[in-house]
Design a protein around this ligand. Sequence first.
Ligand SMILES: N[C@@H](CCC(=O)N[C@@H](CS)C(=O)NCC(=O)O)C(=O)O
Length: 328
Amino acid sequence: MAVVDHVTNGEIQNTGKFERQPNHFVTPFGEKEGDLAVEAGRYRLLWAPVCPWANRSIIVRQLLGLEDVISVGTLDPIRPDVPWSDWSFTLDEDDRDPVLGIKLLSEAYKKADPDYQGRYTVPALVDLQTGAVVNNDYFNLTLYFETAWKKFHKAHAPELYPEELRKDIDELNAFIFHDVNNGVYKAGFATSQEAYSEAYNLVFDAFDVLEERLSKQRFLFGDYITESDVRLYVTLARFDVAYFNGFRVNKKMLKDYPNLWGYARDLYAEEAFGGNTNFDAIKRHYHLCCLKTNPFDILPLGPDLSIWKEKANREHLSKDPEHKYRYE
Ligand SMILES: N[C@@H](CCC(=O)N[C@@H](CS)C(=O)NCC(=O)O)C(=O)O
């Protein structure tokens, strides 16, 4: 089976630490010369429900009402059996994306750059005029949706990136990225005990900080959901089903943190979050495909996922308990 090879891709340092590849297609969306044009119906967002980086762009697209503006193609949680690391459209009829007509994600990357050497990753935005990937900048994609794409937001869309909070949100996002979102990968992909242990501590120290912060307020920036909550949520949603045993981040489960766990359920109850969280796909991807430590392809039966539907009961932490969003 084709496996992700971070070693040949130069992402493993001599110390055994995992250092993620930089994104290749990073042209911003905007009005300036050289920017990618902001146009309805022009782009297709390729995602896999398993992937936290892709998941957040789908959540934000739905929250802002961009579904009719940017179309979506969905990749199979189980990667294709080809001699390189790829993603396939095997969930679609004839195993092809119905709009792009391609079978593999790599085809859209190759159209953009025939010499592309990195991993073929989701999320990727494809320009329908050329069929080529134009942006795979998962870190900034949601920020573009919130700012450059504003003219296409639905009426009364939530304000996820309020101007006066941007500096603080960016700062918290950097912490969430390094210590949580990518922290679990640093533990999971480490090739030395030291690198793994360091990453393990990073993740659980960060959880302690966030647990404390969420003991006093409903969401990361108070009464309303912001961009930072989307970023934290996608890792929390994968924690107990995949990372806890798959990536050996097993000091505690998410459900052992009363505030983080209630907070995650408060978000899960929202259609854009829960409706775009596919636990089955996540489990199958991480346990049957992503990890090299499961040679007999045994799919774990647990954990019990029904508890995600239990009420969060966090309204008392908000001054505006009826609403989870501030509107534009
Ligand atoms: N584009 C980023 C992040 C996106 C990312 O890593 N996505 C994963 C799925 S969660 C992926 O597509 N991996 C493909 C691979 O490693 O071959 C990167 O290059 O590291």
